[in-house]
Design a protein around this ligand. Structure first.
Ligand code: SF4
Length: 333
């Protein structure tokens, strides 16, 4: 079966219906044992130092992998994708562009989905049947998420891992479904965690290796992974169009903010970690987040794949201390 790479979440239902293997290039990059050298390799080829590490990692992964084609999301994800697409074309990689309309225009998104279905030679009925299969897995992922914040039996990293993997379902629906079911069976017998502080993680997935484990050492848990949860499409929908219209990540920040506020309230979150990537245009959104969300926010900036540096660790520790102090203050008579 041929593999189709992509630069951010796209309707994978179409690829599975067409008998192709979806490959989220972000996941391949970040789980690669030599991920740092993938970034350096792109720099040796001429990528500027002041370009985001994810772009460079994706570039090297796409040129090295055995892909038939790459779907490049030219609108709704990254301002660098067009240039990335062009450098890949230069290397002989076949590109198919996909765009999320900024204003969430239903007709335009419908056109994009239809164009993609035509390109991969599948009908609406075929895609609809695959959607039903994927919806079953998406419901089980929603249960993992629920166990994270309601039962407190799933860790922030486990939540991140399963939700982020749903962007391509690891290219194998049956194997991924089995992995999810095995995990749910194991998590069922666990005791509730009694960590003191509950955090929300907002922004693109971290490039750091050890953010979740470090936070957990401080008697704190991440009970909400905003973007990763969006990748898993947690809403019940009947059509593919509805599903990708409800997905918040590729559109304006205000629908993301509504989701963040709602989930922060529901999950009783004490504070937010906002991860931003060096040289990413999304850093500007930090000021909107701080303005619009009524919770303490710690902004963390990462560059290349690496463990947390000492300064970032100290900042996280101080933030958590501050949240603990605030909580104790609120509970004293
Ligand atoms: S982190 Fe920002 S600059 Fe980097 S790939 Fe993602 S959206 Fe683009």
């Amino acid at each position: 079966m041929s593999k189709i790479g992509f630069t951010t979440t796209i309707p994978i239902e179409i690829l599975f219906a067409a008998g192709r293997i979806p490959v989220d290039l972000n996941n391949v990059f970040i789980t690669h044992p030599q991920k740092k050298s993938l970034v350096e390799e792109a720099e040796l080829e001429g990528f500027p130092r002041n370009i985001c590490g994810w772009i460079k990692g994706i570039y090297t992964v796409a040129t090295r992998s055995d892909l038939d084609e790459v779907i490049a999301v030219t609108q709704g994800d990254c301002s660098n994708t067009q240039a990335l697409m062009e450098t890949l074309q230069l290397k002989g990689v076949k590109i198919f562009p996909f765009a999320y309309p900024y204003d969430r225009d239903e007709e335009l998104l419908h056109l994009q989905i239809r164009k993609m279905m035509e390109h991969f030679g599948v009908t609406e009925a075929e895609v609809g049947r695959v959607k039903m299969k994927l919806d079953v897995i998406r419901e089980r992922l929603a249960l993992i998420d629920q166990l994270t914040w309601q039962e407190d039996t799933v860790s922030g990293f486990e939540n991140h891992y399963f939700l982020v993997s749903s962007s391509d379902m690891k290219g194998d629906l049956e194997a991924f479904q089995e992995e999810v079911e095995d995990f749910l069976r194991e998590a069922k017998g666990r005791k509730r965690s009694n960590s003191e502080i509950r955090l929300g993680y907002v922004g693109v997935p971290p490039i750091y290796d050890d953010l979740y484990s470090f936070v957990e050492e401080l008697n704190t848990r991440v009970v909400f992974n905003e973007t990763q949860r969006q990748f898993s499409m947690p809403y019940r929908t009947t059509t593919l169009l509805q599903q990708y219209l409800k997905y918040t990540y590729p559109y304006d920040i205000f629908s993301r903010l509504r989701d963040i506020r709602e989930e922060a309230r529901r999950r009783r979150i004490d504070g937010l970690l906002h991860y931003v990537q060096s040289f990413c245009f999304r850093q500007i959104e930090d000021l909107i987040l701080r303005y619009e969300v009524d919770l303490p926010v710690l902004t963390l900036e990462g560059d290349k794949p690496a463990p947390l540096d000492a300064r970032t660790k100290v900042r996280i520790e101080s933030f958590i201390e501050l949240l603990k102090g605030k909580k104790e203050g609120n509970s004293s008579p």
